[in-house]
Design a protein around this ligand. Structure first.
Ligand code: PLP
Length: 373
């Protein structure tokens, strides 16, 4: 009979949700207590709601990418955002957030945090003077923003935010899902916590959902504590997929960003398109500060179809290689638009958010040309 060696059984454990162990005479049984308890699990013993070797490997990799002391992963971008907020805010605290934030995040703030007695206030953080005035007025505990907003692509300067927040003892949180650490590292600018939806450019292939928060251990460990209580963990198998994506992030980010600039330039010169927004175009309102802050423009280009919602519908009907869907940051080029998305994003008729992938830029342009015919 094949005898299972100890090392072999440990290999199997690496993809299980918790270790199993044999207890020898005189040894205590490993405990299962909150993560900060000194009598918590012995080294090598884990239960995946508190952490897992595959998730720890991803967390270390992401912390290194962000220049962070610690990182914690969760089941999705929304999951890490909600866990971070539960760890930082209590009834009576104020959360100030930028209006140029992903609509689902705003929905979580307004629908759920507000219900728990947290005062939730919106501001326009791309105007730093306005932000300074709102911080003075509301005295928030936390300020939340996206350096490059989804889907407006409005820029909020992390250095200016960090300076203001530090001066007023406000914890600053940047959701950098649109740019990734390949182009901008908010912690280097002095921001306290950086978040990402790993589902997007970091995972990179649209086949894995996840989220991460990174920063100083004193801020990140309490998020892991919330995850231990609430669940919403990243599955180990998914962590391994995201790790594969992370390995090619710099290559993918540069390639899709270079193509996005070409696409944005071509669309700007196309009479069938009414308005194009891309951070590296010269008419982008924050062109200069953005170029200084970010090493790349990112893979998202937005535009308005000159024929409005009906024009976008025609684009979708002619689409072949470029398909429509709500996500972004995949290896293939995708589009988001139409009546429902216009309403969801609060954008005018004809709005399209294009996520440029890794295909040849000429092919993407040829396909877009056909879709716009
Ligand atoms: N943050 C931003 C900027 C996003 O665009 C999204 C999703 O599109 C999220 C967070 C939420 O991420 P997830 O879909 O992984 O929950």
């Amino acid at each position: 009979m094949h005898k299972v060696a100890e090392s072999e059984s440990q290999d199997d454990d690496a993809l299980e949700c918790g270790t199993v162990f044999s207890v020898r005479d005189g040894q205590p049984l490993p405990g299962y207590l909150p993560p900060e308890d000194p009598d918590n699990l012995a080294p090598g013993v884990f239960y995946a709601r508190a952490g897992h070797p595959a998730v720890w490997a991803l967390e270390s990799r992401l912390a290194a990418l962000e220049g962070a002391e610690a990182a914690v992963c969760a089941a999705s971008g929304m999951s890490i955002i909600s866990q971070a907020m539960f760890s930082l805010l209590s009834a009576g605290d104020t959360l100030l957030y930028s209006r140029c934030t992903y609509p689902n995040t705003i929905d979580f703030f307004e629908q759920h945090l507000a219900r728990l007695g947290i005062c939730v206030v919106a501001t326009d953080s791309s105007d730093i003077e306005r932000l300074a005035a709102d911080i003075e007025r509301c005295r928030p505990k936390v300020f939340f923003f996206e350096p490059l907003g989804n889907p407006s692509l409005a820029f909020t300067h992390p250095v200016a935010v960090a300076r203001l927040c530090k001066a007023h003892c406000v914890i600053s949180i940047a959701d950098n899902s649109l740019l990734s650490p390949a182009f901008l590292r908010p912690l280097d600018a002095g921001i306290d916590i950086v978040l990402h939806s790993l589902t997007k450019i970091i995972g990179g292939f649209g086949n894995a959902m996840g989220g991460v928060a990174a920063g100083r251990a004193e801020l990140i460990n309490p998020i892991a504590r919330v995850r231990w209580s609430m669940g919403g963990v990243l599955a180990p198998q998914v962590a391994l997929k995201v790790l594969e994506g992370v390995k090619t992030l710099p290559l993918r980010a540069v390639r899709s960003s270079d193509s996005a600039l070409r696409v944005a330039q071509a669309l700007s010169a196309d009479g069938r398109v009414a308005r194009v927004v891309y951070p590296f175009l010269p008419d982008y309102p924050w062109h200069e500060p953005f170029r200084v802050a970010s090493e790349g423009g990112g893979s998202i280009v937005t535009f308005l179809h000159a024929r409005g919602t009906a024009g976008v519908r025609d684009m979708a009907l002619r689409a072949d290689a470029i398909r429509f869907g709500p996500s972004f940051g995949k290896s293939v080029t995708t589009c988001s638009g139409g009546a429902a998305m216009e309403r969801y994003y609060g954008q005018p008729p004809g709005f399209v958010r294009l996520s440029v992938g890794l295909e040849d830029a000429d092919e993407i342009l040829a396909q877009l040309g056909r879709m716009l015919e």
